[in-house]
Ligand binder design. Structure first.
Ligand code: UD1
Length: 417
């Protein structure tokens, strides 16, 4: 499957931003804590959500779509293992570990897969769970975990890992007593997970700050939760319009969660107006280079927006330096962009982008989720036709990239070859 893009058209119009992938994945794992029915309103329909559904069904849960809402009944859960074929399909399968341990007192799974953007170890996840009293044996890529009785404890994360914070929060809900997670990740998705857990009757506070406190051992129940809009999908469309030029309004996009991305786009010459309902961006399509962009944990510049911002700046006037501080292998889109005439040099964690006069359409290959979306954004500005292959990476995180961009006036279509 590939995408064909005829570049050179400005983007204009309004879009409603889909529900957030990175929020809904830990929430789907959290559903099993309730032993009841949870409804996720506006759940995005994505490959990674399908994988979570497959995991939930394997565990014995009943899951069904009801229009845009997803209903998960975990009262029928009977198993605590996740087969390797499901674990490999995405990185986030590992957040099921904390939830299964909290519900069943044992879990059997293997190391997770996911985008090949770096080593992505899970040592912090395992160490957090061990601190709560889990006994985890690692053998030949599989994890055998038992925790007949999890106990609240102080967990100090050496890095504010999003996934490890989520795993610790989920397990802590099933632990007796109080758990304090220090140096917790502060991402909006952690805040949404806290909100969901509290809607199920848990007692979690502090999300959004570096200290999350969970009072465990409560009896949880089902709930209905509206999934918040995806800040990375919003960043993608903002960067796509910034690079191609035009005027777009993204309903649901939250300027508070995107302040650093918006300030870079503004520095590059875009006009931005935000209100409580969404974000409008206007761009001439010819941007200026900006001060160095260094990725860092929230509230810094998000690593997930690095590739799409690079795409926006490929034809900018001047030179922009990117420093990728989170993942060591997150410039895999660069050689693909170079095929389109982009002028980029990389060395280790640094990429230097010199604005090119023109990009030319070319056959390119999506190498990971956000890198793939960035190639689409580059194709929208390129002269001629860009063919983006291996779009399954993109489908892991965008429910309707083609439809959304077509609605904004892009010439983009799917091709079966
Ligand atoms: C989440 C997001 C991903 C985003 C990333 C960073 C989801 C589903 N995915 O991924 O889109 O790019 O946050 O914002 O929410 N680390 C360790 N040991 C661990 C865990 C992490 O060394 O046990 C390191 C990682 O290699 C990385 C850093 O910590 O360098 C941050 O990773 P982390 O925040 O855990 O990212 P994910 O939760 O995998």
């Amino acid at each position: 499957m590939s995408l064909m893009i005829e570049g050179g058209r400005r983007l204009s119009g309004d879009l409603t931003v889909q529900g957030a992938k990175n929020s809904v994945l830990p929430i789907l794992a959290a559903c099993i804590l309730s032993g009841d029915v949870c409804v996720l309103q506006r759940c995005p329909h994505l490959e990674d959500v399908d994988t979570s559904i497959d995991i939930l069904r394997h565990l014995g849960c009943a899951v069904r779509w009801n229009g845009p809402d997803l209903e998960v009944d975990s009262s029928t859960l009977t198993r605590w293992d996740i087969p390797d074929r499901l674990m490999r399909r995405m990185r986030s399968s590992v957040v099921f570990l904390g939830a299964i341990l909290a519900r069943c007192g044992q879990a059997e799974l293997s190391y997770p897969g996911g985008c090949a953007i770096g080593a992505r170890p899970i040592d912090l996840h395992l160490s957090a769970l061990r601190t709560l009293g889990a006994c985890i044996r690692e053998e030949g890529g599989s994890l055998d975990c038992t925790a007949p009785c999890l106990t609240g404890a102080e967990i100090v994360l050496s890095i504010p890992s999003v996934g490890a914070t989520e795993n610790a929060m989920l397990a802590a809900c099933g632990a007796e007593g109080v758990t304090v997670i220090s140096n917790a990740a502060r991402e909006p998705e952690i805040v949404e997970l806290q909100c969901f857990l509290n809607e199920m009757g848990a007692s979690v506070e502090g999300a959004g700050s570096s200290t999350v406190v969970v009072e465990g051992g409560r009896v949880l129940h089902g709930c209905s939760h509206r999934v918040r809009p995806d800040r990375m999908v919003a960043a993608t469309y903002l960067c796509a319009a910034a690079g191609a030029g035009g005027s777009v309004y993204l309903e649901g996009a939250d300027y508070r969660q995107l302040s650093v991305v918006l300030s870079v786009l503004q520095q590059a010459g875009c006009r931005i107006r935000s209100d409580e309902k969404g974000i409008r961006l206007r761009s001439s399509g010819r941007l200026s280079a900006v001060a160095p962009i260094r990725t860092s944990p929230y509230p810094g510049f998000p690593t997930d927006a690095q590739a799409v911002m690079m795409a926006a700046l490929l034809r900018s006037r001047g030179t922009t330096v990117f420093v990728e501080n989170l993942f060591e292998n997150r410039y895999r889109h660069v050689p693909q962009m170079q095929r389109m005439g982009a002028n980029i040099r990389t060395e280790g964690r640094v990429a230097v982008v010199c604005g090119a006069e023109e990009l030319r359409g070319a056959p390119v290959r999506a190498t990971d989720l956000r890198g793939g979306a960035a190639l689409v954004a580059a194709g929208l500005q390129a002269a001629g036709v860009t063919r983006v292959e291996e779009t399954h990476h993109i489908e892991r995180g965008y429910s309707d990239l083609v439809g959304d961009l077509a609605r904004l006036g892009a010439r983009i279509s799917r091709s079966e070859t």
